[in-house]
Design a protein around this ligand. Structure first.
Ligand code: A3P
Length: 346
């Protein structure tokens, strides 16, 4: 009896020990692989040649990136920043919208790439007259610290629908790359409504039902005066942008696919930005509790988006939903035509 108990304990110990050793072996091998990945190369034709930081292994770069952020927060001296070769750079790509399209998820997921550094907050430089009046130096100050071979990216979803923005961005950099993430327009409209509704609820205010806002009471047609509806007419805004930038400078991201299967969408963005492919399935894992993909930066650090992303939408009357879908249909067709990207929207 005692013998069999000892044998059982020995077996448990052996199994546990193997598991621990196996995990350690996996981590060591994986870290080694990361270090051996090809060095991050500068973005073709667009970036200055990489300096010595290009020879720093990936994990060191990520560490330095975090260090740069810390230094930034602590108002470090110019000397310290110069030693680390950290600088501020104007963005080479901007996520211009669309609101509730998945702009935060896209920005966060792109920042998994070691050559991408994100401005954490929405900057609202081009859509806010007061900020814009502060000049491009103000904008530059809002950018994160980065190494010369890295690119800074910011997202401000209001850019897409604000009339003055395309011209202002063009004046700053006519060859900038523009990322537009879109979702099926009716879903986006509901998401937009849900966000405002939540804001009202937090302030203990009442708000109209979705159906009351999207349908014009007098005509019984879709209410195009309601901003959430107008924002979902993507083609209307895109046509204005195309007066300033050629289609090649835009990349359309499928926001619905970014939710269900983000990696292929991110690979397309990497290509568009001329970045070497570095974001892998390892960096993205599905979190069943959240119901969304979350981000894994390394074996120590992973995160999901905040709870304000991925809200539960209210139920919408099916006939109103259908009416909206019929309303958006012709605009969607035009959007496919212009962008050359077709979606399975109704
Ligand atoms: P919902 O809250 O309607 O679900 P934005 O960042 O532009 O405001 O977009 C918010 C939307 O991003 C969310 O809309 C959510 O569906 C979507 N999203 C995409 N990927 C996500 C992710 N990994 N985690 C959470 N939300 C994500």
């Amino acid at each position: 009896m005692l013998f069999s108990q000892q044998q059982w304990l020995r077996q448990r110990f052996f199994v546990l020990g193997s598991l621990v050793l196996g995990s350690l072996f996996f981590l060591v091998v994986r870290e080694g692989t990361l270090d051996r990945l090809p060095l991050i190369c500068p973005i073709k034709d667009r970036l200055r040649p990489a300096d010595v930081s290009g020879q720093i292994p990936l994990h060191t770069l990520q560490h330095k990136q975090a260090l740069g952020l810390k230094l930034h927060r602590r108002n470090s001296t110019k000397e310290q920043l110069r030693t680390l070769r950290l600088i501020k750079q104007l963005p080479r790509a901007i996520i211009i919208g669309v609101r509730k399209g998945g702009t935060r998820a896209l920005l966060e997921m792109l920042s998994l790439h070691p050559a991408v550094v994100k401005a954490s907050q929405e900057v609202h430089f081009f859509d806010n007259d007061k900020n814009y009046a502060c000049g491009v130096d103000w904008y530059l100050k809002k950018m994160p610290f980065s190494f010369p071979h890295q690119i800074s990216i910011e997202k401000s979803p209001a850019y897409f629908i604000t009339e003055e923005v395309p011209e202002r961005i063009f004046k700053m950099n006519p060859s900038i790359k523009l990322l537009l993430i879109v979702r099926e327009p009716t879903t986006r409209t509901v998401s937009d409504y849900t966000q405002v509704l939540e804001g009202k609820e937090h302030k203990n205010k009442t708000y109209n039902k979705f159906e009351e806002l999207v349908i014009d009471n007098n005509t019984c047609e879709v209410n195009t005066k309601y901003k959430a509806v107008r924002t979902s007419i993507y083609t209307k805004y895109l046509e204005h942008w195309l007066k300033f930038f050629p289609t090649e400078q835009f990349h359309i991201v499928d926001g619905d696919r970014l939710i269900t299967d983000p990696l292929p969408e991110l690979k397309l963005v990497e290509q568009f930005l001329n970045l070497p492919s570095r974001i892998s399935q390892y960096n993205l894992y599905f979190n069943a509790t959240r119901g969304f993909f979350c981000l894994r930066f390394n074996f120590m650090f992973s995160k999901c988006l905040a709870g304000s992303k991925g809200r539960i939408h209210p139920d919408v009357n099916p006939s109103i939903k259908e009416k909206l879908q019929r309303f958006f249909h012709p605009f969607n067709q035009k959007f496919y035509q212009i962008t050359g990207r077709t979606f399975n929207w109704p």
